[in-house]
Design a protein around this ligand. Structure first.
Ligand SMILES: [Zn+2]
Ligand SMILES: [Zn+2]
Length: 462
């Protein structure tokens, strides 16, 4: 156990972790590890293969891919010049880097679609008062080279399933279609006209967005803007025939799979590369789950709160957003491909999931919790320590030890403190006989076991 934990030892001006970033220790680490293993296993069964891309990318991957006018890239991205004058950025999201890798490695020549999953840290320079971490973890997956709605449905299903499998309750999908490059311009025109009419009511930030990225007005968090967004024109009336048909089929699959969903016309997800399907997976907080009907989604759960305030609290408020994604058919072209490559993906916000109500940690396989503490007494025993550790490794039994310590009392003290159920004692006498004592700490019963039989004995008794 690190002494660093003690807050008494923090001196002013001491070197601590950067603001919004933290160390992941002890049980917390196992919790992350367990989630990643579980999610990866489910993704594998659904046909996805692992990929890992660099944590740093050329800045252009995000400025071209995610979009310069988005909050993620325009305000929150950590970017810098290297000594060699390259412009690099800490990845703020996973999709653009994976599409970059797909193009770089000519994965279009593989059987399509290419299905990839990933997990790891991402970075956004968020305002600390929002209570958000600047380093956060995502588990995501992308299917590249498929335009069919069944792939959108698979993506939503998998996001839903992973969250369900780790115990999250009351899961619902919020879903929308934001059209494509053919039909969206008509909608943008209508939306811009609508907001121009209300230009005095929108926030200063939205007034700027209106010129460059009008879609983003729909997810502004300012109360007045939110109210306007609820009454804004619905894109459904503007979708072209292909987009409408595509969206209809996605919804049909969700119905067949009995995944509950709500249409939410203000859902745009704030990233330029999305086309057609966008979605979020939310967990509804207890008090709102009773009113779970399709009709009241847009103004969900307003009764329980004072009316003036609740009007401002729209659908997103009583829901905890745990993941989401969408289709991004034009991203490949934005990253330099000569043609569009249809694709769809999703990412889960792991930090939020781990602290969400109901989360039950899947036990990680890689990190086993030791049940045995190894004690050695005397020089002869110390020399044989590695023989014992190696005997256990061969039968995959992990142990804890303090082989730098000499005294029995010190080592016993540690065993008591960590509350370990079994100890192995190697004293001078045992070392001479090539044996150890195995003691059950609860019953205090013990037995002498030859080292070459130790593995088998422990597998049977521990
Ligand atoms: Zn606004
Ligand atoms: Zn369209």
């Amino acid at each position: 156990m690190s002494k660093k934990n003690s807050s008494k030892e923090k001196k002013p001006g001491a070197l601590l972790s950067p603001k919004g970033m933290r160390d992941i220790l002890h049980e917390d680490f196992l919790s992350y590890q367990g989630f990643f293993e579980k999610a990866a296993e489910i993704a594998l069964y659904y046909g996805f293969k692992p990929i890992e891309t660099p944590i740093l990318e050329k800045e252009g991957v995000f400025t071209s891919g995610v979009g310069l006018e988005t909050d993620i890239v325009g305000k929150e991205m950590y970017s810098f010049s290297t000594k060699g004058k390259d412009r690099l950025a800490l990845r703020p999201e996973g999709t653009a880097g994976i599409m970059r890798a797909y193009l770089e490695h000519g994965m279009h020549s593989l059987p399509q679609p290419v299905m990839l999953y990933y997990y790891g840290p991402f970075f956004r320079h968020e305002k600390p008062q929002k209570g958000r971490a600047r380093e956060f973890f995502q588990f995501g997956f992308e299917t590249i080279g498929a335009a069919e709605p069944i792939i959108d449905a698979l993506t939503i299903k998998l996001t839903h399933l992973i969250l369900e499998e780790v115990g999250i309750k009351n899961l619902t999908i919020l879903i929308n279609s934001i059209g494509d490059s053919r039909c969206r311009p008509n909608y943008i025109r209508e939306l811009t006209a609508y907001y121009r009419k209300h230009i005095n009511k929108i926030c200063a930030h939205c007034r700027m967005r209106l010129k460059k990225n009008p879609l983003r007005l729909l997810d502004c968090k300012e109360a007045a803007c939110k109210e306007l967004a609820e009454k804004s024109p619905d894109i459904m009336g503007f979708l072209c025939e292909d987009c409408r048909e595509h969206f209809k089929e996605v919804l049909e699959y969700l119905e067949i799979m009995q995944i509950p969903y709500f249409l939410k016309h203000t859902l745009v997800r704030g990233i330029d590369y999305y086309t057609r399907t966008v979605f979020e997976v939310v967990s509804e907080q207890e008090e709102s789950s009773a009113e779970n009907t399709k009709e009241n989604t847009e103004t969900k759960n307003t009764e329980t709160k004072p009316s003036r305030e609740s009007k401002e609290k729209t659908s997103a408020e009583p829901m905890l957003s745990l993941g989401g994604g969408g289709r991004y058919d034009h991203l490949a072209r934005a990253l330099g491909s000569r043609r569009d490559i249809p694709a769809v993906g999703s990412a889960i916000g792991v930090d939020r999931v781990l602290s969400a109500p109901g989360y039950s940690m899947p036990r990680p396989r890689i990190v086993k919790k030791p049940k045995i503490y190894f004690i050695q007494i005397g020089t002869g025993a110390k020399l044989k320590s590695f023989t014992v550790i190696e005997a256990l490794r061969k039968v995959r039994i992990p142990l804890m030890h303090s082989i730098n310590k000499d005294k029995l009392s010190v080592q016993l003290g540690i065993a008591e403190r960590i509350g370990i159920p079994y100890i192995i004692i190697l004293g001078q006498k045992e070392a001479n006989e090539n044996a150890v004592i195995v003691r059950n700490m609860k019953t205090r019963s013990q037995e002498t076991v030859p080292i070459d039989k130790l593995g088998d004995y422990l597998k049977k008794h521990v």
